[in-house]
Design a protein around this ligand. Structure first.
Ligand code: SF4
Ligand code: SF4
Ligand code: SF4
Length: 569
């Protein structure tokens, strides 16, 4: 099932989403973007990176509204701790606002997070695992299962805080109670969909929209506490949050203390997580607890946070401050919160070295030096791009250096071969392009013409007018008597470069031909006049005999003369 919608009409094929996608789960074919579900880890980076807003979460919240409207259904909402940096001053009124919408029970996900931490601590104290990777971020779990399958055994076999809390809510309020998770995470949507403990999810953005639709302004509401108090586990959404919570519960608050012989290490942002996992895979990291977040800075910077101007540092301080003010709660829950993670390696058909070389050579890369690895196609290296082409995920010719070369070659061929004079000048009337035909006409080389004033060659008045008015002149006839040519010139304004570009068509030959035709017509008129005159003389001599017939001849010849006259005019 897809969780990301692509609005194809909005996409401008800039490849920014592909560049930001660590698992290269985006396919470009025939100028269309598609998500490759099997590769996607739902990190949401492609959504936040898209400058056109061409991607959005595919999550219909109308079903949540339906639950609420049904008087036979009770609805509980589990609020992720990042809410403190989203709702800021109005956070104390959030419970009131959610109850206004119709939620029956409002609790914090931190209530469940506490038991996740407790399990992590048990695993650390048992000391049986070579390394332990936190399981709280579904994106990272998927990343490991798909791209580091051998490390799956290190993921702590514990449910995420949202699922644990969902399970607790269902057990407390009845299994028919609908549980909704409120957060900023895309991958949680998949986890929720596949779980029996949480029924739906709503993002902070979607909730904010809902408040607006219902004309509910949390800031104007009443302060109301959550239905049950949460503990220090509110610290979860920031980097080091899980580590802090483990230390808090274990009582070992010193930053460097090992727990159960494990070092506690944090990494956030997929690039950093990737580097850390590479080290683990190489065997360079042993006996470590790895707290990992797909989002840089932690869940507090999830893809669907609502930013009210909080910087990552500010949001971190806000969450930390909120956690510091929590009181410890009694340890009550004893249910099973174990989870299983299984390797799901992405298996794809790989090209041979010969096939890679063949693809690269089709885009002008016949040697290592020609593989620029510029990344503008979205792939880190030319080889990666060639492999994606082989696998049908990328268009062969989407390669900036290659397309630029082709464009340059095409434009220089066009400039060289056209019989028209092409001259481009900047706003100071300095020549910036001077094609081969122009060089021939003016008897100078391109280098001799470039960066010289246009006035050295022709009157620049039309070019000045085009730049001043930022409007084009089409097919204007201009004679350059000093060069013995008559031209028809079109001068266009280039807004991007603030230049005037002229395409000057030499029409001297056509003009000479027109003159020759004109001359021939004048000769014909003259001849017709002579015939008429001659006829008139003859007519006068035999007027009595042929009077009427001669008059008819005169009329006919005059018609012929008029006709020629009109054409000459
Ligand atoms: S980021 Fe991706 S989806 Fe957005 S416009 Fe660019 S190519 Fe299209
Ligand atoms: S959600 Fe993440 S993994 Fe999936 S396509 Fe977008 S950037 Fe790639
Ligand atoms: S040279 Fe082309 S194929 Fe290679 S990385 Fe750059 S844009 Fe991609």
């Amino acid at each position: 099932m897809g969780y990301i919608k692509v609005r194809k009409a909005n996409c401008k094929n800039c490849y920014k989403c592909l560049k930001n996608c660590i698992s290269k789960a985006i396919m470009y074919k025939n100028e269309k973007v598609e998500i490759i579900e099997d590769r996607c880890i739902l990190c949401g980076k492609c959504i936040t990176a898209c400058p056109q807003g061409a991607k959005k979460i595919d999550n219909d919240v109308s079903i949540i509204k339906e639950y609420i409207e049904d008087p036979n259904i009770k609805v509980a909402i589990s609020v992720a701790p990042s809410f403190v940096s989203v709702f800021k001053e109005s956070r104390k009124n959030l419970v009131w606002a959610l109850k206004q919408l119709g939620f029956d029970y409002v609790e914090e996900t931190a209530v469940g997070a506490k038991y996740v931490t407790r399990e992590y601590l048990h695993l650390l104290e048992k000391g049986e695992m070579e390394n332990i990777i936190s399981s709280a971020c579904p994106s990272v779990n998927m990343y490991i299962e798909k791209y580091y399958p051998k490390l799956t055994k290190y993921i702590a076999p514990v449910m995420s805080p949202a699922l644990v809390h969902g399970k607790m809510l269902k057990e407390k309020y009845g299994k028919d109670t609908k549980v909704v998770f409120l957060g900023s995470c895309l991958s949680m949507l998949k986890e929720v969909n596949e779980s029996e403990y949480v029924d739906n999810m709503i993002t902070f953005n979607q909730l904010t929209q809902w408040f607006i639709q219902e004309r509910i302004t949390p800031a104007e509401g009443e302060e109301m506490p959550f239905d049950v108090p949460s503990s220090y586990s509110r610290i979860y959404p920031i980097v080091d949050g899980i580590v802090y919570d483990i230390r808090h519960i274990s009582g070992k608050t010193q930053g460097t203390d090992k727990i159960g012989g494990y070092d506690l290490v944090s990494a956030s942002g997929l690039q950093n997580v990737q580097r850390l996992l590479d080290e683990v895979q190489k065997g360079n990291i042993k006996k470590a607890f790895l707290e990992v977040f797909s989002c840089y800075g932690g869940c507090v910077h999830g893809p669907f946070k609502v930013s009210h101007g909080s910087t990552s540092y500010r949001a971190r301080i806000e969450v930390k401050d909120y956690a510091d003010r929590a009181n410890d709660t009694a340890d009550e829950y004893v249910g099973d919160i174990s989870a299983t993670f299984t390797p799901k390696p992405v298996i794809e058909d790989m090209p041979t070295e010969e096939q890679i070389r063949d693809i690269l050579s089709q885009i002008g890369k016949n040697s290592k030096a020609q593989e620029l690895n510029c990344g503008s196609c979205g792939y880190a290296t030319c080889r990666d791009k060639a492999i994606a082409v082989y696998q049908g995920k990328a268009d062969l010719y989407i390669c900036m250096p290659y397309m630029t070369d082709i464009n340059q070659a095409l434009s220089s061929v066009t400039l060289d071969l056209t019989p028209n004079y092409i001259i481009a000048v900047d706003n100071n009337m300095v020549i910036k392009e001077f094609n081969r035909a122009a060089q021939k006409l003016f008897g100078v080389t391109r280098l001799q013409a470039l960066n010289k004033p246009l006035s050295n060659f022709i009157n620049p008045v039309d070019f000045q007018q085009v730049i001043a008015n930022q409007s084009n002149i089409y097919n204007k006839k201009v004679s350059y008597t000093e060069y013995g040519i008559i031209t028809e010139q079109t001068i266009v304004y280039s807004e991007e470069k603030n230049m005037a570009i002229a395409i000057i068509n030499d029409i001297t030959r056509e003009e000479e031909m027109k003159k020759a035709v004109h001359r021939r017509k004048l000769d014909s008129v003259e001849m017709a006049q002579k015939v008429i005159d001659k006829q008139m003389v003859v007519a006068q001599q035999i007027a009595s005999l042929l009077g009427e017939t001669t008059a008819e001849t005169k009329v006919t010849l005059n018609k012929l003369k008029d006709l020629i006259d009109s054409e000459v005019d």
